[in-house]
Design a binder for this molecule. Structure first.
Ligand code: ARG
Length: 470
């Protein structure tokens, strides 16, 4: 990237007598990161130029030159042969200056346009693609989780609350919980898309233009249309150049998705510890220790958990940056880009690595099933049994509490207590009561929609396999 300091750039010519100080350029430039918007900037400019021609501001020849010039510049950027100049501040000025150098008609391109509506346009176009891509990545992760669930639809684990063993569930049920979360994440991105997909061009710096632009034509050409193919354009020029709520929405959906991934990571980290030993993450997705030869560390999950902090931080940065900004455009808004880019890149990388890791994870079926065998996990089932015999649930809860205390005193598991011992606690206990300590029975009886019973989990797996099929 070049760093020479000409005294005049298009935004300073006429008004200024001196060029900007070198440190001013270094401090304020954004091309080092917003160059990523080049494709959208070029496509947006082409659409703007076509519209300018349609309203008689550009001649056919001028339009042709602009389209050709922009196309050529695009190719050079793609091939890495374009020289970005820091002194031209941002991607928009770099492309326009280069175009004008090649074709004088380039000087007409910025008619009735400001970088303020241009940058809003580029960002919205960039985000549309990002949303579609990210949703695809989330979809793939859902598929990987469903597959792992499908392979383990008979594997039981203890479900936990407070990280204490609570009640048995199928591993598939646990994994599908994340599939549900990710589905809502996709939904939030889909919602955000609708509000991103509105064309701000024509808003000018803040107050539109005296020239009569055809805003709908530009919107249509750039795909800013709703499901009925109706062009979507912003209704208020000041709003269009000053708010970044569409970016906040994206980053907020991303933050929540990252938090979901972080929780999934935490589960995988716990499960791969010797203490749990529920899963084995394959060598390809784990790392070793530089000192301890025996170590196999779940670093990918830890990094994903750690990176969620960045994504959440980006959201907070954006909200803080926006808070208290007077209308309309202020340069503070340039700070949106790095936060947005980092959010999108980080989340995408996390979702991808998770998908790969899940696909390379083996469930230790025997260990899981053994952990879920503890009859104490079915204490609630015993209380339910008492309810079926007519006891009030509070009373049943109290009685089973006494049964658990007895089992602890006698150091004998719940299912090994004698009927005579149970009867001393309450005479309603019969031999049948002990039948609740069959995990098989327990998983057959949990039949309601949403519950972890064998039939319902199979039904849920079928539902997701079908829904996630592409
Ligand atoms: N690079 C700027 C940004 O990202 C573009 C808009 C500049 N507008 C201005 N009036 N200085 O916000």
């Amino acid at each position: 990237m070049s760093t020479t300091q000409p005294s005049k750039t298009v935004s300073r010519s006429g008004r200024f007598t001196k060029g900007p100080a070198a440190e001013v350029m270094a401090f304020s430039e954004s091309v080092s990161y917003d160059w990523r918007l080049w494709k959208h900037d070029i496509i947006g400019s082409m659409a703007h130029a076509r519209m300018l021609k349609s309203i008689g501001i550009l001649t056919a020849k001028e339009l042709e030159e602009i389209i050709e010039g922009l196309g050529k510049i695009g190719e050079e950027i793609e091939d890495g042969n374009f020289e970005w100049k820091t002194e031209l501040e941002d991607v928009h000025m770099n492309i326009e200056a280069e175009l004008t150098k090649r074709f004088p008609a380039g000087a007409k391109l910025h008619t009735a346009r400001s970088r303020n509506d241009q940058v809003a346009l580029d960002m919205r176009m960039w985000m549309r693609e990002e949303i579609v891509d990210l949703m695809g990545e989330l979809h793939a992760l859902q598929q990987a989780l469903t597959k792992l669930g499908e392979r383990n639809k008979q594997t039981l684990i203890p479900g936990y609350t407070h990280l204490q063993r609570a009640q048995p569930v199928f591993m598939a049920h646990h994994l599908l919980a994340y599939v549900e979360m990710l589905d809502r994440d996709k939904g939030r991105f889909r919602d955000a898309f609708e509000r991103v997909n509105v064309c701000p061009l024509g808003s000018g710096a803040l107050a539109g233009s005296t020239l009569k632009l055809n805003r709908k034509m530009v919107a249509e050409e750039l795909g800013f249309v709703d499901i009925d193919d109706e062009p979507q354009i912003t209704r208020n020029s000041m709003d269009a150049v000053s708010d970044r709520d569409y970016i906040v929405e994206f980053c907020s959906a991303a933050a929540l998705a990252a938090v979901h991934l972080s929780r999934l990571s935490e589960d995988l980290i716990l499960w791969s510890s010797a203490e749990f030993d529920f899963i084995q993450i394959s060598d390809e997705y784990t790392t070793g220790s530089s000192l301890m030869p025996q170590k196999k560390n779940p670093d990918m999950a830890e990094l994903t958990r750690g990176k969620s902090g960045r994504v959440v931080g980006n959201l907070v940065s954006l909200l803080t940056m926006l808070k208290g900004l007077p209308m309309t455009y202020n340069r503070d808004l340039q700070e949106d880009k790095e936060r947005l880019f980092d959010t999108a890149d980080t989340l995408r990388a996390c979702v991808r690595i998770m998908t790969g890791m899940i696909a390379h994870t083996k469930v230790q079926e025997d260990v899981c099933n053994a952990a879920a065998e503890d009859p104490a996990l079915l204490a609630t089932d015993l209380a339910d049994w008492l309810v079926e015999q007519g006891a009030a649930f509070r009373e049943a809860h109290h009685l089973v509490g006494a049964v658990v205390a007895l089992s602890e005193t006698l150091e004998r598991p719940l299912d090994k207590l004698k009927i005579s011992e149970l009867k001393k606690i309450d005479k309603r206990f019969t031999r049948q009561a002990l039948e609740v300590f069959s995990t098989e029975r327990a998983m057959e009886r949990r039949q309601m929609v949403g519950s972890p019973g064998i039939k319902e989990v199979k039904r849920q797996l079928t539902f997701w396999k079908k829904r996630l099929k592409r």
